[in-house]
Design a protein around this ligand. Sequence first.
Ligand code: NOJ
Length: 446
Amino acid sequence: MILITKEKEGNFTPFALPPSLQLGSATASLQIEGGDKGNNWYRFCEEGRVKDGSHCIVADDHWNRYEEDIALMKQLNHKVYRMSIEWSRIEPERGNYLEAPLVHYRKMIQIMLEQDIQPLVTLHHFSEPIWFEDMGGWTNLESVEIFTSFTEKVVSFLGDLVGEWITINEPNVYLESTYSSAIFPPEKPSMRNYFKGLKNMAAAHIMTYKQIHHLRSEMGFSSGTKVGVAIHIRVFDAEKKGVLSKLPRALLEHNFHTIFLESMIKGKFLFPIGLGGYPYGKGTYCDFFGVNYYSRDIVKFTWDPRRLFSELLVRKEAEINDMGWEIYPEGLYRVCEKYFRLYKQPIYITENGICDATDAQRTAFIYDHLKVVARLVENGVPVEKYYHWSLLDNFEWDEGLQRRFGLIEVNYETLTRTIRRSGQFYGELAKENEVTEAMIEKFLNQ
Ligand code: NOJ
């Protein structure tokens, strides 16, 4: 087991967080709610496709236990919370919208607001209605209009309570996992569909960006509307210096980051989804830069065009988490600094966290990454919010329930929640807005 190593011990020093930084955590509906049978992940689980054989039908039973979970957020001194809406609950059949689930979400959000926790709501976080997947999902041109209508329903209903929205979570991971590695349903790889999906997702993002602003201003909110995407940004470092290592790295950067960012933030459709033009007009279609950051990959050349000539490795001697991902806090610095320079948007770290079942690494992970955030702000990079992934242990997609990302441990037999030591640390940090000597003694140097 990797623990806070002896070398690290004693290296922890107090630091203050920027006073303007707001801390909280993030979740996604399918991963925590349970109870919905209309979504494509329910079907995937029913077909026994999840690696550990587990199922999302109960997950954390958050749908019924949200009051307890909001009380836990409060206990951990959250100022902000990122959640998502389960599309198939609202629109179980195409064009047939139900109000009851929206009323439920409204109640949930009202309780959060009463606790002074500001929500950031995601409209599409990987899962989608079965009927949507069966019509080709995002590869179908109609997806743009369908998603726009769904967004209109949700925002019309909740827009008076919620000013901050994410249209689509990690479109790059969604498309990679659906059409390239094809570990997500419907497990049908096709690079053609990867780019078709991207074109439609970018269009849907731009449409809904405009629409959310329009709806909120019609409701009388002249300020406070913030809309963006949450992009998964990885650090890709070439294995070696020569061209053969630089080529796959450049291809990955382009296909996994740049075409997403340019289309969704600027409206610029780069090859192969366009030729650099602006089919929906030149603009800025994000009010913040939402970054989900976890790790870095070392990119090695391989003779396989379907994998963009790249093999992803983990740096030798790197400390890794339970998923085998390198723990690389400096990557968060590199990513935020780079994209602030390019897009000049305030940054929300919409996800950052660690899969760590024994909780041996999470406290130091939080310490290291928040120290980076403090340094970013000090150096003029405006990181405004940090959402730790995740509040609770949850259903980690194709990996299932065995993977543990929570500040709070969930016992899946009893559904009991227990705040981990790292969760206590995070809670104190959020309260004090600084890491003190006493906190280091209590949580890190033992
Ligand atoms: C990003 C995804 O948005 C989230 O759903 C997932 O659980 C985490 N990464 C961890 O893999």
